[in-house]
Write a protein that binds this ligand. Structure first.
Ligand code: AMP
Length: 491
């Protein structure tokens, strides 16, 4: 199942070949280990190669450098060794990084390039410029210096790329950038990459760009560094809800929001979890405003562990301590994944965004990964046996903690316990007690919950079996019609 997921996930995405890159670039891309274009690359390649202007909002780490380097490398006339392209970056480190990517991707195309930045001697940079280069990468101040000294001839420069343009402006380069535009008299193409588009950048766009193609892949709330995006495979032959329990046990989050796609599902899931002794509530638009607020207040205050919700909980609400978001169903809209996931890892806290993925969800998963340039890390879903073992261990730990805390137990109960332990039906009897302990007051024999059980989901009629009688079967029918199923198999 895991392998199937790994191979299927990217099956229908575009390839570098299908985007029409020439062989020398394809070879370099292969050597760089890039298997498929990332979203920003797929979005930028065609318009940039056609010579269009681009305004791209995208994060660092999204693959944006190759998104401008590849189409630019495709457009260069290699027989002409005058500078044809200028790339500006706010810092020396970024300039070096961008230059490295150009060198790496352009090596088989015959690229000559130079990186010019302040704080070092001019000599070597001048030598490179004199020897003839196709691409100049640099920081604004030093680029202007070389131009003024006559080292950098700009008459053949047709394209300029501004990388992290908002950073350049906030570093005080506005005036320098304006001067750079003035010195590029033969400019035909402007590519601008920026995380944000402040007003002064919009002014620059209006002034220097012509009908730009706008690409927004900023995915505001997803920060890949802070949030671990994880996929647990769901076997379609089993019950999804059991996989959920397996994941909760494996991850053991202090608190989590579990997102479902329908109101009905939130209710079913929350009730199932409560029935298994989890501290869970549901939140959907069927609830009154007061009830919703109450539930939200509880999860915010750390007084509720699992909130099973529809997308009404996805936007805007700040639960700054929430360590985990679980997508029980993947949203069909990629943006919604971002909004939901944005509930975790807020304000510098790291979070986990966990998706339950069956083969039916692959389409939605691909869209999310592709749109935002993120990759979900596959995890292994514990088997049923492993889950049951984890559950048992945890419950026993909890019971022992109560005992160690000095719980006062009447003598009569101890006597009952002793009798039970020597009874041939000990396993069934103890199971019944655990069930009663975890799910509240015991029902009457005809299956009607007693009056105090309002906060609890109604117990299933006894004839439907014991705790594991959910739809998936799995041997749950053994005790059918005969009262609680006996774990010892003595039904
Ligand atoms: P960037 O956003 O340009 O800083 O790129 C982030 C990282 O992604 C860099 O380490 C690149 O080498 C890498 N990268 C760029 N394009 C791809 C791709 N198509 N597949 C895999 N990795 C890539």
């Amino acid at each position: 199942m895991l392998d199937e997921l790994k191979t299927d996930i990217h099956a229908e995405l575009p390839t570098f070949e299908s985007l029409g890159l020439p062989e020398p670039l394809l070879r370099a891309v292969r050597e760089a280990g890039y298997e498929r274009p990332m979203a920003v690359q797929a979005a930028c390649l065609a318009p940039a190669r056609e010579g269009r202007d681009l305004v791209v909002q995208s994060r660092t780490g999204s693959g944006k450098t190759a998104a401008f380097a590849l189409p630019i490398l495709h457009r260069i006339r290699y027989e002409d060794r005058r500078p044809q392209v200028l790339v500006l970056a706010p810092t020396r480190e970024l300039a070096l990084q961008v230059h490295g990517e150009f060198e790496r991707l352009g090596r088989y195309a015959g690229l000559q390039s130079v990186c010019i930045y302040g704080g070092t001697r001019f000599g070597e940079q001048i030598d490179r410029l004199k020897a003839g280069v196709h691409v100049v990468v640099g920081t604004p101040g030093r680029v202007l210096d070389h131009y003024r000294r006559g080292n950098f001839r700009t008459d053949a420069v047709q394209a300029i790329i501004l990388d992290e343009a908002d950073e350049m402006l906030s570093a005080g380069f506005f005036e320098d950038i304006r001067k750079v535009f003035d010195m590029l008299t033969g400019l035909k193409q402007v590519l601008l990459f920026s995380a944000t588009l402040p007003m002064n950048l919009e002014n620059l766009i209006k002034r220097h760009m012509h009908d730009p193609v706008r690409v927004d892949l900023s995915g505001e709330q997803v920060s890949v560094d802070r949030i671990a995006n994880i996929a647990y495979p769901v076997d379609t032959t089993g019950a999804r809800i059991r996989t959920l329990v397996a994941i909760i046990e494996a991850e053991d989050p202090v608190a989590a929001i579990i997102f479902c796609n329908t109101r009905q599902e939130t209710e079913v899931v929350a009730k199932y979890l409560r029935r298994r002794g989890y501290d869970a509530e549901y939140l959907n638009s069927d609830l009154s405003q007061t009830a919703r607020e109450e539930v939200m207040a509880r999860i915010k205050a750390g007084r509720l562990r699992l909130l099973v919700a529809t997308d009404i909980a996805a936007r805007g609400i700040d639960i700054s301590l929430l360590p985990c978001v679980l997508h029980y169903d993947l949203p069909s809209d990629a943006q919604q994944y971002i909004h939901r996931t944005g509930r975790t890892g807020r304000v510098d806290r790291s979070g986990r965004a966990i998706s339950m993925v069956s083969v039916r969800d692959l389409q939605a998963l691909k869209r999310i990964e592709w749109t935002y340039g993120i990759r979900l890390t596959p995890a292994e879903t514990p088997t049923r046996e492993e889950t049951l073992k984890m559950l048992a261990d945890r419950r026993i730990r909890e019971f022992k903690e109560r005992l160690d805390a000095g719980a006062v137990i009447p003598e009569e109960f101890v006597t009952i316990a002793r009798e039970i332990l020597t009874d041939p039906e000990a396993e069934g009897l103890v199971s019944l007690l655990v069930d009663a302990y975890l799910s509240g007051p015991i029902t009457t024999t005809n299956g009607v919950p007693d009056g105090q059980a309002q906060d609890r989901p109604p117990r299933p009629p006894r004839s439907e079996g014991h705790a594991d009688s959910d739809r998936s079967g799995g041997g749950g029918g053994r005790g059918r019609g005969r009262g609680p199923r006996r774990p010892g198999g003595r039904g």
